[in-house]
Design a protein around this ligand. Structure first.
Ligand code: ASP
Length: 438
């Protein structure tokens, strides 16, 4: 049994958080590989170390002194070390880095140092080996990860041991440091879990899992206990702020479950994401998994008599959108009528060329464009087995006087989408949450 853990910035923010991390890791001997972020915010107005490092680089570029910012970064790590009674020679490390900055350092190398210092300290604190990301996370020249080479290298380095690894960066074929996208330590953690064929990838953050709805809209939404990878994809596509797609990809590919946990509430089971679950018939779990949505869609509705049976019309319509590089998000259909739901900001610059081209290519009876539409998805793998879900949605929204402008069910019965006016967006989410969850 092997668990790979990743701790985010708030879990690495100060000595008290390091203490919690150590308790979590050492409470389970199978928690052998730990990926860490740079120190994050301790309170809402605080600075993230990575942001300060980007700022340092900007100062260097403009020839302005970055001494004050650099001192803040140094002080943050030295105080963590001192409070924990560790011995790592951070002064030597920071002096050497400052020297390198004077002689020209790349932006990616400089901003990667937050994770590097976090990992050095955490390795000493846990008594684990420090394995630098440059020793295993290899990129191709095009910036994609060389999975085969990276996985083999990490397996060799970790063996049966215990290790701490910095997240967020790796090595280019020319020996230069390259960073992943912002928040990329999640991806490092997933790659490490996949490399080592871990039994679970635990992603430790400061919330108890993924929430069933946006907490800015619903008061105290409940966390999702279990979700399949497909549901997670649906929720993030529909607007939920969950993990980046790239995070999920390496672990999903290897069928490794992902467990999102809270460092500040370690006994909470968080959210477990897996390819599938064996659901007991008497499952007490909630019927829907989550609700997510986005505002500002446009719906382009094209009607043409006989369109339903005609060959090639759909292709011609889709081609017009493709030629104008406008992505199509959803396509609810009727008989002889088809709607394309697209983001308004993508449609607006091409609206006239699209309607012109549709007229000449498709010869429709009418084209109607409605703006200010919000699309809300009710997602749940169990909806497929239960009658009356759509009825419940209609009834709940109807009772609150919310006009449904569009409705569509995914063919996999994993989601039901409702389109409402932008102004009804938040209320729709609240009404659906109350109807299905409360
Ligand atoms: N420290 C990096 C960032 O702030 C990466 C991470 O925390 O995942 O984006």
């Amino acid at each position: 049994m092997l668990k790979v853990l990743k701790f985010g910035g708030t879990s690495m923010a100060d000595a008290a958080q390091y203490h919690k991390v150590r308790d979590i890791v050492l409470s389970d001997p199978t928690r052998r590989v730990v990926v860490v972020s740079a120190a994050g915010k301790r309170f809402s107005e605080d600075n993230k170390i990575t942001d300060l490092l980007y700022l340092c680089y900007a100062h260097l570029q403009y020839g302005v002194s970055c001494d004050t910012i650099y001192a803040m970064i140094r002080e943050r790590y030295c105080s963590i070390r001192d409070e924990l009674g560790l011995k790592t020679d951070l002064e030597g490390e920071f002096d050497a880095l400052r020297e390198k900055m004077e002689h020209g350092i790349s932006r990616e190398e400089l901003v990667s140092r937050g994770e590097y210092f976090s990992a050095l300290l955490m390795a000493e604190y846990l008594g684990f080996e420090f394995i630098d990301a440059t020793r295993w996370l290899y990129f191709h020249y095009d910036g994609t990860v060389d999975q085969e080479k990276s996985y083999a290298a990490l397996r060799e380095l970790v063996g049966e041991g215990c290790a701490v690894i910095p997240g967020f960066y790796g090595l280019m074929p020319d020996g230069k440091i390259r960073t992943l996208t912002r928040g990329g330590s999640d991806i490092t953690g997933a790659l490490a879990a996949a490399a080592l064929d871990a039994d679970v990838y635990e992603n430790w953050t400061d919330v108890s899992g993924i929430l069933m709805a946006d907490p800015r809209i619903v008061d105290n939404p409940k966390p999702i206990e279990r979700a399949t990878y497909s549901e997670l994809r649906q929720l993030s596509y529909s607007g939920a702020q969950v993990l980046h797609e790239m995070t999920v990809f390496p672990v999903r590919e290897k069928n490794i479950p992902l467990n999102i946990r809270n460092t500040n509430d370690p006994s909470h089971p968080g959210t477990l994401v897996s390819e599938e679950f064996v659901e007991p018939r008497s499952s007490q779990q909630r019927f829907i998994t989550g609700i997510a949505g986005k505002r500002d869609f446009s719906v382009v509705t094209i009607s043409k008599k006989g369109m339903a049976g005609a060959v090639g019309t759909l292709r011609s319509i889709v081609e017009v959108f493709e030629n104008n590089t406008v992505p199509i998000c959803y396509t609810p259909t009727g008989i002889d009528v088809l709607s394309l739901v697209v983001p308004t900001e993508k449609l607006t610059p091409h609206l006239y060329s699209i309607t012109d081209e549709l007229r000449s290519e498709v010869h429709p009876d009418s084209i109607k464009v409605s703006d200010n539409i919000a699309i809300i998805a009710v997602v749940g793998r169990k909806m497929a087995f239960r009658a009356g879900t759509s009825g419940k949605i209609f009834a709940a929204l109807g009772a609150q006087g919310i006009n449904i402008r569009m409705i569509s069910q995914g063919p996999d019965e994993l989601n039901i989408l409702v389109g409402v006016d932008n102004k009804d967006y938040a209320e729709t989410i609240r009404v659906l949450y109350n109807a299905f969850v409360k």
